[in-house]
Design a protein around this ligand. Structure first.
Ligand SMILES: [Zn+2]
Ligand SMILES: [Zn+2]
Length: 129
């Protein structure tokens, strides 16, 4: 079972199941949301996802809403309008992410020029659905 929390611990979650997709997103919105070079997200079904605490929410596009902790500011989740039965968890918030392994790069064309990773994973110009 996957568990995680924000930096201050006000928001905790657990997942009673496996992610259906784990990926890097290099898009500029994800970079701003995380303050980092890349977002790593694990998509899970809502029926195996449990959260304690209340996130703050920000609609960053017509496609989705970003969730973060209003107390410590940790970026936590991404909610898709098109897939209300799923939620994407930011892997950096997990207690143990060793088994949560990304399988592709999304929005690779938007990456920071110097940022490269030595893997052979597929690199998509956008995000595959
Ligand atoms: Zn917090
Ligand atoms: Zn993105």
């Amino acid at each position: 079972m996957l568990t995680g929390q924000c930096l201050c611990g006000e928001i905790t979650y657990r997942v009673k199941g496996e992610p259906t997709r784990v990926s890097y997103c290099h898009c500029v919105e994800c970079r701003r949301f995380t303050g980092s070079a890349v977002l790593i997200g694990a998509l899970v079904n809502r029926n195996v996802f449990e959260m304690n605490g209340n996130t703050m929410q920000y609609r960053s596009s017509l496609q989705g809403i970003r969730h973060f902790c209003g107390n410590c500011g940790s970026s936590m989740f991404y909610e898709f309008d098109n897939y209300p039965d799923r939620i994407e968890i930011l892997v950096g918030t997990m207690d143990n992410a060793d088994t949560v392994i990304p399988t592709f790069h999304g929005f690779y064309s938007e990456r920071i020029g110097w940022f490269d990773v030595a893997d052979t994973l597929p690199r998509w110009h956008t995000m595959p659905s």
